[in-house]
Design a binder for this molecule. Structure first.
Ligand SMILES: [Zn+2]
Length: 398
């Protein structure tokens, strides 16, 4: 068998996002799309060397709450849209994300399962987009959050079970449901439970049969406790979380994706046609949302970086994903802890902690290069010079 040619990132400061250490003046050897070694010396006569000039190398980011195909405002969603148009819109957001150094996306509802089509296109080499872990279509009750926005609808245990199985058989990596209402549309209630115990049971049973987990759009503690008790593993937003529920989540190893940015992006909402009432709702719950996430941090719940809005959209001068990390730092996580919400934490939840989320030998060479040390300031992640996906440069601006 022919030996694959190695390529190198030379003259690099490598960020160890597990330990929070900097490996100074190293050379990263890449073979077959993976990191083979990180060494102090570069053997002479190598070809395929990219000199990064003392810049900082870290693992590509993982953004965990994405809707690539979403239409703004959501009320403009056309469920009968041609699926090709849906996938092309999603592809644009996905390419933007990759250019911003987001090499993996977790999607949590896409019209026409655009995430699953894009994921497969990426694997076949048809599209330069991040690696995708997709839910396909999310599932909601007929009057629930997401009804009318091209979500799958179900009622009762068997219908939820079957709807989840349908997504999983279409290739979904996890199952997404809504246990509370949301902020973006008028008249939704972020506190009242939308699913019954039986409906949660049916959904979790389907996910377990396929060796995966259920992720829930969530608002308040009552519904979160109910869903946790039924086996839901990951909770999105958690606008109104009390300390007791936070402790329960931590004790059972559940995750939260805070999406703090969604209650802190007024200008972005206005520019994207959101109703003033939705903007006012976001403003009204913003303080409580932050308080909830502080409870989660105090209890030690592992957090994931996710944005809801397209992950590379500009929010006040930085990509939304980077803004979210800075907000999590502001909420009380250490800077390293905030970095881990977009690297090691999601890799662990998704069962790929030995493959992505770190710049270490044996890991895939999904890497980004930035000018400054993100361990000093997360805003350094806002301008990415080089992005490698599986060792291949997909953006180069050195
Ligand atoms: Zn969402």
């Amino acid at each position: 068998m022919a030996t694959s040619q190695a390529s190198w990132l030379a003259n690099a400061n490598v960020v160890d996002v597990e330990e929070g250490r900097l490996l100074v003046d190293r050379n990263v050897e890449i073979v077959d799309g993976a990191i083979r070694a990180i060494s102090s010396t570069l053997p002479p006569g190598q070809s395929g060397v990219i000199d990064v000039g003392g810049r900082f190398v870290l693992p590509g980011l993982i953004s965990c709450h994405t809707h690539l195909s979403i239409v703004f405002p959501m009320s403009a969603t056309d469920p009968t849209e041609n699926p090709a148009a849906t996938v092309l819109r999603a592809a644009k957001r996905a390419r933007d994300a990759l250019g911003a150094g987001i090499t993996t996306l977790r999607c949590v509802h896409e019209q026409h399962r655009a995430d699953l089509w894009l994921r497969d296109a990426q694997r076949r080499g048809w599209a330069d987009v991040p690696r995708i872990f997709g839910a396909g279509q999310a599932i909601t009750t007929p009057k629930g959050h997401g009804a009318g926005a091209a979500w799958a609808e179900a009622e009762g245990e068997e219908e939820f079970y079957r709807a989840a199985i349908e997504e999983l058989e279409a290739g979904a990596d996890h199952v997404k449901v809504a246990i509370n209402g949301g902020l973006a549309r008028e008249g939704e209630d972020i506190s009242g439970s939308e699913m019954t115990d039986e409906e949660l049971n049916g959904t979790v049973r389907a996910a377990r049969e396929h060796g995966t987990y259920v992720v829930a759009h969530s608002g308040a503690s009552t519904a979160i406790r109910q869903a946790l008790a039924r086996g839901v593993r990951c909770f999105e937003h958690a606008y109104e979380l009390d300390p007791g529920t936070a402790s329960l989540l931590a004790g059972q190893g559940a995750y939260i994706t805070p999406t703090l940015v969604v209650t802190r992006c007024e200008q972005w909402m206005r520019a994207n046609g959101f109703a003033e009432a939705s903007i006012a709702t976001a403003r009204r719950v913003a303080d409580g949302h932050l308080e909830s996430i502080r409870h989660a941090i105090a209890a030690g719940v592992p957090l994931l970086c996710g944005t809801d809005l397209p992950p590379a959209d500009d929010v006040g001068g930085l990509p939304a994903t980077v803004v979210e990390m800075t907000l999590l730092e502001g909420a009380g996580l250490s800077r390293l802890g905030a970095l881990q919400t977009a690297t090691t934490n999601p890799a662990r939840l998704m069962g790929v902690e030995g493959e992505i989320g770190q710049a270490r030998p044996g890991f895939r060479a999904d890497l980004v290069v930035v000018d400054d040390n993100p361990l000093d300031d997360l805003a350094a992640l806002g301008s990415v010079r080089l992005v490698l996906q599986g060792g291949r440069p997909v953006k180069q601006a050195l």
